[in-house]
Design a binder for this molecule. Structure first.
Ligand code: ADP
Ligand code: NI
Length: 206
């Protein structure tokens, strides 16, 4: 099986698993992470195939998305050997997937894993990152923003301070760092405008 056919089959597999996710973890998130991982891998002289495949599959077995993560991983590994990925490639991909998540606080060992982690974090930043945060908040019945203590900590604006504004300092690769700086700036501009519109009577500050 040639490389492009393998990638097409992986795309179809992911599409069928994630098409309807309303929390910002849909098929198009996987597609952006896969394409970004390939782009960074080519710049960083890493293996673009391993980076792209792991980008497509990075959220398989995530416990907030799968009721039985172990079975999801087992099924994915069977699928990967059916499309002729070598046992060595499957092992590398598994190591990457088990270490990319922000919540777990780990860094994958391989350069391709570091690239996939960067790509996943980049997708939580910038204009798309803002859209995903509010999609996640809405799907979890959270407020956009609140001033009273009772709701403030769980409102989506708080998530920018808890996580999104820290992401630019967590990039593993130089290529991702450059993209992250741009996306970070976009979120800073967004927040400034947000508060300006929220506080109707205040003057716009620099
Ligand atoms: P990971 O899958 O790396 O552990 P998460 O699932 O925590 O990361 O985050 C993935 C996406 O969901 C990001 O776009 C992130 O902003 C969004 N998200 C996660 N938690 C929240 C939250 N409390 N409020 C708003 N968005 C969130
Ligand atoms: Ni992800």
């Amino acid at each position: 099986m040639d490389t492009q056919t393998k990638l097409d089959k992986i795309e179809t597999y992911v599409k069928q698993k994630f098409y309807n996710d309303p929390t910002g973890h849909d098929y198009n998130h996987m597609k952006r992470v896969a394409k970004m991982a390939k782009k960074i891998a080519l710049k960083e002289q890493a293996n673009p195939f391993v980076a792209e495949v792991s980008g497509w599959l990075h959220d398989i077995g995530d416990k907030k998305l799968f009721s039985n993560p172990a079975i999801a991983i087992e099924e994915m590994n069977e699928f990967l050997s059916c499309i002729d990925l070598s046992p060595k490639q499957v092992t590398i991909i598994n190591e990457i997937i088990s270490n990319v998540s922000f919540r777990k606080g780990k860094t994958p060992h391989s350069i391709e894993g570091k690239i996939v982690q960067d790509s996943d974090r980049l997708d939580a930043m910038g204009a798309i990152g803002i859209a995903r945060a509010f999609a996640f908040g809405g799907a979890h019945d959270r407020l956009i923003h609140a001033e009273d203590k009772e709701f403030k900590d769980t409102a989506t604006i708080q998530h920018f301070y808890d996580k999104l504004l820290q992401l630019k300092d967590l990039m593993n690769t130089k290529t991702a760092q450059e993209i992250a700086n741009d996306r970070h700036e976009m979120m800073v501009v967004f927040l400034k405008q947000f508060y300006y519109e929220w506080n109707i009577n205040e003057k716009k500050s620099d």
